[in-house]
Design a protein around this ligand. Sequence first.
Ligand SMILES: *Cc1c(COP(=O)(O)O)cnc(C)c1O
Length: 424
Amino acid sequence: MKTMTFDPTRDFASQMDADDPLRSFRKRFHIPKQADGMDGVYLCGHSLGLQPKAVASCIEEELKDWATLGVEGHSRAQHPWMPYHRFVTEQMAEIVGAKPLEVVVMNSLTVNLHLLMVSFYRTTSERHKILIEKGAFPSDRYAVTSQIRMRGLDPATSLIELTPRPGESCLRDEDILESIGREGRSIALILLPGVNYATGQAFDLKNITTQGHLRGCAVGFDLAHAAGNLQMQLHDSGADFAAWCTYKYLNGGPGCIAACFVHERHARSWQLPRFAGWWGHDEKTRFQMGPDFHPMEGAEGWQLSNPPILALAALRASLDLFAEAGMERLRTKSRLTTDYLRYLLEESTFGGFSIITPREPERHGAQLSLQITSGDRGVCERLLAAGVTVDWREPDTVRVAPVPLYNTFVDVYEFSRRFAAAMQ
Ligand SMILES: *Cc1c(COP(=O)(O)O)cnc(C)c1O
């Protein structure tokens, strides 16, 4: 990509918006208003993505089919409920760079992490540890420590937590690989994020997986902050499994159904232990209601229950937009808006904060994390009062994410102006 010369004026930002090939997508979202009735500056898609306008009609279609068809909707709805989860499989697989056989939407993220650890956290007396980051999302840490205890083991001896070097906020790739090299023979599972929720640091999935597999470790990723944000080649990374939610960059709505990936090489690994439910049973014989479990091939074999159709309807509306825009174009715009954000912040003279997200393009996505020197979380409240939605992560971080589907360069410009005022 050619390097862009930026300019710190509103006119420049407006011109960038006028030239943006994805500019028409913003109109297809509900943008929360600020106090004066104008569109607010919403830079919080890393936490909860905005609502595509098409969501309402997609959900209404299912409500109508349920009202008019009752149970017959399973086969006769306009989008029959029986195979409904498959209406999003191909698009979801495309978003993360996987094959459709490797992807299924089901449950919620933490539930999926547990189900996948049942299968891929296999311990022996020599190999029993899980490698995570010290700064992992709390739910992931709770999940792995409870999995360790379920095996009769102790997190004090079976959990390794990677820590940044003193004075640094992010992990260095070489330190991750060095830990895997050093401790690999005792590690059963490496579980790292695609993007760290607090720092915005992106991880090198392929390199981590390759090094982990060389040492005989299983490798899984939590893609909560990566799916719909980074362009990934999940299949080619070789990872054993991954899981992600759909309410952040994927705009599925609060608490929407999550997704998971199980690499093709495990598609017929019938010997893997797994928690079973009827929706994971071979669909050809599922309704014979027999006593013995025969799993579906691929990721679908990890399903437990028939899925929530109303949540899937919302997700279907959202993923249509991703299919139309394409991750490559989204990522191209995302790099520009986030680089523009960094540029404006670095041009500013008021100080009192530092950007902790790595600078290299392959080491971050849409989000920049700003460490506030004073630790004053009032800055987020002042921004909200000024019509800007970002969020705060303890102890001292403001997270800001321009999302390429609906944010503009003018949003980024307005953020920088109002952030300056909120800091003074
Ligand atoms: C958002 C997020 C979660 C949330 O988990 P749910 O099960 O969806 O509530 C978990 N892990 C990470 C890394 C996240 O970013």
